[in-house]
Design a protein around this ligand. Structure first.
Ligand SMILES: [Zn+2]
Ligand SMILES: [Zn+2]
Length: 434
């Protein structure tokens, strides 16, 4: 309990409150509310090194007291010691032994400027540069946790190239992605609120890799849409996106069983019937897999979906949902027939034959001797914007507004920074303290 409250203190929960005065600098990546992104959430490590190219950093402990830098030092060596972080200014075991432990540490850039930190995690052979106003270090659930605090617009400019390779996408498609990514972020600020930060850096939230890939085109796309979000009936919309729909997008309720949303319904991803889908040039537009029925049978016996004497005779699609995706599979063995939900079957196949074999729930199955021949379309859940479709539309001359209108019917583009606080959900209540 003490630990969690320390984390929250370190994370400054009041900062999650976004109801500021809206006085953010215009047309700059340094605008928008600050967001807290946990770096390397899934990795366990006990040691991290931070380096700043030029000074300008203050170190503060969990109570906000300044820790003086020794003259000439630019690097800090952090090591987990129990539930505390030990800080040293020199490498090596002797310095580590003498290092002072703190419940948490914050590295703040002076005058609230953006500074660039080099992060090195030796155990993971991980080196990367991150920009931010602040870096927070805590120990949470027995792990070292690093939190990067930076303005939303700057965060988006780094999320974009990680989510959508800039070499493949033109400006209007990237602008559409910027609006969608911004809307998603603002709608999901509380995703990791319990732990005192907003987002992780993986696909669970949006992929964020700091300055690993810097794309001027992505920065432009973010700047040109500064503050723009998708709204439905005056409120922030649920802005989902995926790689390739393969022909049409999906109803949200068919994919996740959630509340239907008029703007997250099936969209035919083409100009007119008979025309190729906008995402036809995606490398995932069409795919095939030939899978061994015997291997499937063995795996199903092992996980006790099949009895020891049971043999697979036939596997077929039983039922499609309204989006055209496989909803149910019919399995015939030498003893019985039974049905399995489509998504469960896909997870099973990917577990047996390797991830990235069955890329979506949009496929057909044919039996070919003792093989399952699967022909499919698209990659991802197919809800919301199709990224490769957005690319196709942009190449046909559609603007980002037209692209968003196509995928999210009935939504409008609002400027978040001018939206009334309530509609925008700007006020996030302070994190509950245990
Ligand atoms: Zn996450
Ligand atoms: Zn598509």
């Amino acid at each position: 309990m003490i630990l969690i409250s320390l984390i929250l203190t370190a994370a400054g929960c009041k900062d999650l409150n976004l109801s500021g005065d809206g006085n953010w600098a215009k047309n700059s990546l340094e605008s928008g509310p600050d967001v807290k992104v946990r770096i390397l959430r899934k990795k366990i490590f006990k040691h991290a090194i931070f380096e700043w190219p030029e000074g300008g950093i203050e170190i503060r402990d969990h109570q906000g007291h300044k820790i003086p830098w020794p003259p000439g030092a630019r690097r800090v060596y952090l090591r987990q010691r129990g539930d505390q972080v030990a800080l040293a200014f020199k490498p090596g075991p002797a310095a580590a032994k003498k290092a002072t432990p703190y419940p948490s540490l914050g590295f703040h850039s002076i005058d609230n400027q953006i500074s660039i930190a080099k992060l090195h995690v030796p155990e993971r052979r991980f080196r990367r540069q991150y920009e931010g106003r602040e870096f927070q270090i805590v120990v949470t659930r027995g792990r070292l946790a690093l939190i990067n605090v930076l303005p939303l617009e700057m965060y988006l400019s780094r999320v974009l190239p990680a989510e959508m390779a800039p070499s493949h996408f033109t400006l209007e498609a990237l602008k559409a992605q910027a609006v969608v990514a911004r809307t998603w972020a603002l709608k999901n600020l509380r995703r990791h609120q319990r732990y005192g930060y907003n987002f992780c850096d993986g696909p669970h939230c949006q992929v964020y890799q700091g300055r690993k890939v810097i794309s001027l085109r992505c920065e432009r796309a973010v700047k040109m849409t500064q503050g723009e979000v998708l709204a439905y009936q005056g409120r922030l919309a649920e802005a989902f996106y995926h790689s390739t729909c393969g022909g049409n997008t999906a109803f949200i309720e068919e994919v996740w069983g959630s509340q239907p949303q008029p703007y997250l319904a099936r969209v035919q991803d083409h100009w007119k019937p008979g025309y190729r889908p906008y995402c036809a040039r995606s490398p995932y537009a069409r795919w095939r897999a030939r899978l061994s029925l015997r291997r499937l049978e063995q795996a199903m016996r092992k996980n006790r979906t099949l009895g020891q004497e049971e043999k697979l005779k036939q596997v077929e699609v039983d039922f499609l949902d309204r989006s055209g995706h496989v909803k149910r599979i019919l399995i015939t063995t030498n003893q019985r027939q039974y049905r399995m939900p489509g998504p469960k079957f896909r997870t099973l196949l990917n577990r047996i034959f390797g991830q990235r074999r069955i890329l979506s729930n949009f496929y057909e199955i044919k039996m070919q001797g003792n093989k399952l021949a699967i022909q499919g379309r698209g990659l991802g859940h197919a809800v919301g914007m199709c990224q490769w479709g957005a690319r196709g539309m942009a190449q046909h001359g559609f603007t980002y507004k037209e692209i968003l209108e196509h995928y999210f019917k009935g939504t409008e583009i609002n400027n978040f920074y001018n939206m009334p606080a309530k509609a925008a959900g700007k006020t996030v209540p302070a994190t509950k303290k245990p």
